[in-house]
Design a protein around this ligand. Structure first.
Ligand SMILES: Nc1nc2c(ncn2[C@@H]2O[C@H](COP(=O)(O)OP(=O)(O)OP(=O)(O)O)[C@@H](O)[C@H]2O)c(=O)[nH]1
Ligand SMILES: [Mg+2]
Length: 254
């Protein structure tokens, strides 16, 4: 199961000197918020981070048709917001993540929030599907928290439809939303960063993020992994039986 951490309240860890120009909402005390951004190739993960930090720091490009990611490794981008730091982790193709050492190390330390980037514009369907891959990578099977947020990118493709209408026509997304009670936020990454729309959607995202962080201010109760416990019990019982039989054979048979 993915470990979600509380934001670290540790001023010494702040690395970025940049000031994020938007007003902080309600975060108090210096803290580091770790936000994992993952999703389909070409769905706009890097563009999303750029849109949220208000600068073009991540490399973006179009290679999704060749199933090649522009982003080839996990990269981090921090902004100072209010009196805290938000670190976004950009990620390469989902299928490479489980074997990525940097990702595995970060995963061990936990994330305060996870943004799943899911494009409204239709992309070639992969098997397993994007959301199934995310479920597998984050081991969401026993997930009980509320640290997930879906960024519906390419919101410009919605045209006159509403997010709700889009979700209603997308069974996989709807099921995922209901299953994990996940928040959705529509994002158009191509808005001018300091246009009214660009600033507006950044505010919306950060308000949602703050809500998630507030909700998860207490350490999440990590549900014990039932399969893990069953396996451990199985190993112990088998060991006891094997040792018992060995003792019996040793003393009574040989
Ligand atoms: N119209 C539109 N284009 C977008 C949007 N988001 C991203 N794009 C474009 O989609 C292309 C891919 O964006 P990236 O941000 O590189 O996507 P990615 O998920 O990081 O891709 P990889 O790193 O290759 O996996 C770029 O040309 C972006 O300009 C959006 O919301 N609307
Ligand atoms: Mg990228």
């Amino acid at each position: 199961m993915v470990k979600f951490a509380r934001p670290r309240r540790d001023g010494n860890q702040m690395s970025s000197k940049e000031r994020f120009p938007l007003e902080s909402t309600e975060m108090s005390g210096p803290c580091i918020t770790r936000v994992l951004v993952l999703g389909g190739t070409g769905h706009g993960k890097s563009s999303f981070i750029n849109a949220m930090i208000g600068e073009d720091k991540c490399t973006v490009g179009v290679t999704w048709a060749a199933d090649k990611s522009i982003t080839t490794d996990v990269e981090e981008f921090s902004i100072t917001r209010g009196d805290g730091t938000i670190t976004f982790f950009d990620t390469p193709a989902l299928k490479t993540l489980s074997d990525n050492n940097k990702f595995r190390q970060l995963y061990k330390n936990g994330f305060n929030a996870v943004v799943i980037v899911y494009s409204i514009k239709p992309f070639t369907q992969t098997r397993p599907s994007l959301l199934q891959q995310v479920e597998n990578i984050l081991a969401l099977k026993d997930y009980t928290g509320s640290n997930l947020l879906v960024a519906l990118t390419f919101a410009d493709f919605l045209e006159d439809a509403t997010v709700e209408e889009f979700v209603n026509t997308n069974k996989e997304l709807k099921d995922f939303q209901q299953k994990y009670g996940v928040n959705l936020v529509a994002i158009c990454n191509t808005f001018e960063k300091y246009s009214q729309e660009g600033i507006g959607q950044r505010n919306t995202f950060f308000n949602r993020l703050d809500a998630i962080l507030r909700q998860n201010d207490q350490p999440l109760s990590k549900k014990p992994c039932v399969v893990g416990i069953k396996c451990k019990i199985g190993i112990i019982v088998t060991s006891v039986i094997v040792i018992g039989i060995s003792i019996f054979l040793y003393f009574y048979v040989f």
